[in-house]
Design a protein around this ligand. Structure first.
Ligand code: PBG
Length: 326
């Protein structure tokens, strides 16, 4: 039946009708707030390309977490910036590494916080790649052992979820095996399964000091022009290897991928609203060209509608505050 019997505008007639018919709603439960911890004391370095984001020493980080929890944040993902970098990323899997020490402190102070840790080598290697290097190539299989070792030290310190972001083949299986073998069968793996070699990571590499010193990440991260089937296969392999949650990253230019993965698998999905996406919104908002709150909430609604269960976003603190306003 068409017009004039059918009038779609009746569905939008008033705020109360629009609210009643709203189906996609962002909530505090959806948000994961990324935080950067750096060695030292009393440090709060602003990240220039990411207004509102800081590299914090553990003492300051704890006060920042306390503030975040107060406004409703329930989950964070933690990235570490070590003092010493070397060819094999030793600080990534040191028992007393920056992340391991900080996990202990966070878990002691805020046991109820969902603590997720990024598992990768790029912040810890002097060459800035996510794996070991041999003859200028990023080698896969010998990297797996180091990633598994890293994940284990995070679990031992008290991480609830480990999130491998390196894109080596077989790392989820390697991590699951080592975790289970050491009695950490309850530690979740949230795998960066569908992760593209994206220009949108630029500001993050400023924040984490993890830009590759030669070449790029094209031999391990996915090509943005690759088929959707390849994305499905990446997710399928990780789920088969034991991933509990899969990540699609970046989010904005990959909404079709979020939707496809959500239609294909029963596994929960996290989308990563990455640093470059954040920087674009912040820059436009700073110039007064967009309404930041409305734009950010519309983006989050889009990620949810596409099928995301969780969203990693640097906007999390602002969103939490906005959600409490109403
Ligand atoms: C580490 C890692 C990166 C991001 C998350 N984990 C950088 C990269 O792959 O180069 C990017 C996050 C962002 O841009 O917000 N491998």
């Amino acid at each position: 039946m068409g017009f004039p019997i059918t009038r779609m505008r009746r569905l939008r007639k008033s705020p109360v009708i629009r609210d009643a018919l709203s189906e996609v709603n962002v909530s505090l439960n959806d948000l994961i707030y990324p935080m950067f911890v750096i060695e030292g004391k009393n440090i709060r370095n602003p990240v220039m390309s990411m207004p509102g984001v800081y590299q914090c020493s553990p003492d300051i980080l704890l006060t920042e977490i306390e503030k975040a929890i107060k406004i409703g944040i329930k989950a964070i993902i933690l990235f570490g910036i070590p003092e010493i970098k070397d060819a094999v990323g030793s600080s990534a899997y040191a028992q007393d590494g920056i992340i391991q020490q900080t996990i202990l402190k966070i878990k002691k102070a805020f046991p109820e916080l969902l603590l997720i840790t990024d598992v990768c080598l790029c912040e810890y290697t002097d060459h800035g790649h996510c794996g070991l290097i041999k003859e200028n190539k990023i080698v896969n299989d010998s990297t797996l052992e180091l990633l598994a070792k890293t994940a284990l030290t995070h679990a031992q310190a008290g991480a609830d979820i480990v999130a491998p972001s390196d894109m080596m083949d077989g790392r989820v299986a390697a991590i699951r095996k080592v975790l289970d073998g050491s009695g950490f069968d309850e530690t979740l793996i949230m795998a960066y399964s569908v992760k593209y070699a994206s220009a949108f990571y630029g500001p993050f590499r400023d924040a984490a000091g993890s830009a590759p010193q030669f070449g790029d990440r094209g031999t391990y991260q996915m090509d943005p022009r690759s088929s959707i089937k390849q994305a499905v296969q990446e997710a399928a392999l990780d789920i088969e290897e034991g991933a509990d949650i899969v990540i699609v990253k970046p989010a904005l230019a990959y909404m079709d991928i979020i939707k496809t993965i959500s239609n294909t698998f029963n596994c929960p999905i996290t989308s990563y609203n990455v640093s470059g996406e954040y920087a674009m919104v912040k820059a436009a908002a700073e110039k007064g060209w967009i309404d930041e709150k409305r734009v950010v909430l519309e983006l989050m609604t889009g990620f949810k509608r596409a099928g995301s269960n969780l969203i990693i976003t640097y906007h999390a603190l602002d969103i939490a505050a906005w959600l409490q306003e109403v």
